[in-house]
Design a protein around this ligand. Structure first.
Ligand code: ZN
Length: 241
């Protein structure tokens, strides 16, 4: 064995822009960290093409959000508005996966039937989903060369930002962590106070309430799994809560 190996994490959660992770699955990230999992956020851009804020503000806000969640944070050097599923991009993501060695990965959904009216359908989000899916597949192949890191097998990958009108494969209850989620999304002040006429919080909450209603809980995040999930019999009785 040779090559660079960092401290392994349980969960690597990818976002295209600062705010994607908090808005899309922040409550779940809080719950994971509070339950003892090692979580790192990887944000591909600094949100430099966003209408509100600037890269310095966006990086500061994302850093604050990660502090509130209690997770690690890594920025990459993709360009906002120009994220594409290229070979170079896949190699860069594989390098991060091989360094941080996650058990599971999350990324924005890679396909959406909708266009500009669905947050999930931003081209950078879809490209990030494609990049991470490909990288998770390739990271284990020793002969897929990227610098000097050891190959790594990612156990599973899941998508967040499930498109409107699509039922999630599974939901994660975060009702007990609602206050921390609100703090985490509020850290993205330049976005939360401007987007959707300053009413983005209500919009996000509506989704969380909808997903929570599927399991008779107040707030949940929705996820899509491209593959069937293995369920322990005990979980069929609601034991996973
Ligand atoms: Zn985004």
């Amino acid at each position: 064995m040779s090559g660079r190996v960092g401290t392994p994490v349980d969960v690597l959660a990818f976002g295209a822009h600062p705010d994607d992770l908090e808005f899309g699955m922040g409550g779940t990230l809080v719950r994971m960290v509070r339950e003892g999992l090692a979580v790192t956020e990887v944000v591909l851009t600094r949100g430099e093409a966003g209408t509100y804020g600037d890269p310095d503000i966006r990086v500061r806000e994302q850093t604050r959000a990660a502090e509130i969640i209690g997770c690690g944070l890594r920025f990459m050097d993709f360009r906002d508005g120009e994220v594409e599923a290229t070979r170079e991009g896949v190699v860069k993501i594989v390098e991060v996966i091989r360094e941080l060695r996650p058990r599971i990965c999350f990324a924005p959904v890679e396909r959406s039937p909708y266009t500009h009216r669905d947050r999930a359908a931003h081209p950078d989000h879809l490209a990030t989903g494609k990049l991470v899916k490909r990288a998770c597949r390739l990271a284990k192949f020793r002969k897929f060369i990227t610098r000097d890191a050891e190959p790594h097998l990612v156990g599973s990958m899941f998508f967040y930002m499930v498109p409107k009108g699509v039922l999630p494969t599974f939901v994660v209850d975060f009702s007990d962590y609602y206050d921390d989620w609100i703090r985490a999304i509020s850290a993205h002040e330049s976005q939360i106070t401007n987007l959707r006429g300053g009413d983005l919080r209500s919009y996000l909450e509506a989704y969380k309430i909808l997903y929570g209603s599927f399991i008779d809980r107040k707030y949940a995040d929705g996820f899509y799994s491209p593959e069937p999930l293995e369920i322990a019999p005990s979980a069929l009785f609601g034991g996973s809560r």
